[in-house]
Design a protein. Structure first.
Length: 230
């Protein structure tokens, strides 16, 4: 960049102030770069105190590999900073940890298997959520139900209080009567979703689905996705 600006200044006589403003670089920063280049120094310098203690690159990579890498953070990086603080800056260690975490997450995603349902009305997902609404006092509790193939979202069970297991079971029974008993339902560990009434309903629905399967396609969204490969 500095060489290009020098060439423009020599060819068209444009001042450094105008060139820096056009390039989106501060004038003082540009002059600082020019002085460093004139002294034979690199134009950019890493901020912070310089590290003079040598380090073992192999040991550093082993320490990074022993970290517990999550999707966005790596547990144990603070202790890693303290162990190598005399040799590398925090910025340099973080860059190496990010590279290792990206590689680890990429490998983990490559070996994972994703289940894809090709026919609607076979597998549903049930999940409870809550949020504040201006229409009710306090929180609104939602029991969301979705078909895993067509992504069709059923009308949720909405209450201004946490629904009990019997209410969730009654809500699911209405959906079974309207469409058909399913073969698989994904749910979390909520107490009202793992209730005895819900378990009994699922056992009855599973036995009914295996014996006499009543085929009733879901509404328009599911019908249009019936022959779509997902």
């Amino acid at each position: 960049m500095v060489a290009a600006m020098e060439k423009l200044k020599a060819s068209f006589g444009v001042g450094y102030v105008a060139l820096a403003a056009e390039a989106g670089v501060g004038y003082r920063r540009l002059m600082r770069w020019r002085r460093r280049i004139g002294k034979g120094e690199p134009p950019l310098k890493v901020p912070g105190p310089k590290k003079i203690v040598p380090f073992d690159l192999r040991q550093l990579h082993q320490d990074i590999d022993r970290l517990h890498h999550g999707r966005k953070r790596s547990h144990g990086s603070t202790a890693l900073h303290r162990a190598h603080s005399n040799s590398l800056s925090r910025r340099e260690i973080d860059a190496l940890v990010r590279m290792a975490r990206k590689h680890h997450n990429g490998h983990r995603a490559a070996v994972c298997h994703r289940v894809r349902w090709h026919v609607p009305n076979l597998a549903w997902a049930l999940d409870g959520s809550e949020y504040r609404s201006r229409f009710v006092t306090g929180k609104l509790h939602m029991q969301n139900l979705q078909d895993l193939c067509s992504r069709y979202k059923f009308v949720p069970l909405a209450t201004d209080y946490p629904p009990c297991g019997e209410e969730v079971s009654g809500y699911l029974a209405d959906q079974f009567n309207r469409f058909a008993p399913l073969l698989f339902c994904k749910r979390d560990n909520g107490g009202n979703l793992n209730h005895l009434a819900v378990d009994a309903l699922f056992e009855e629905a599973l036995s009914s689905s295996r014996s006499t399967r009543r085929w009733r396609p879901l509404p328009t969204m599911a019908r249009s996705s019936m022959h779509r490969v997902r």
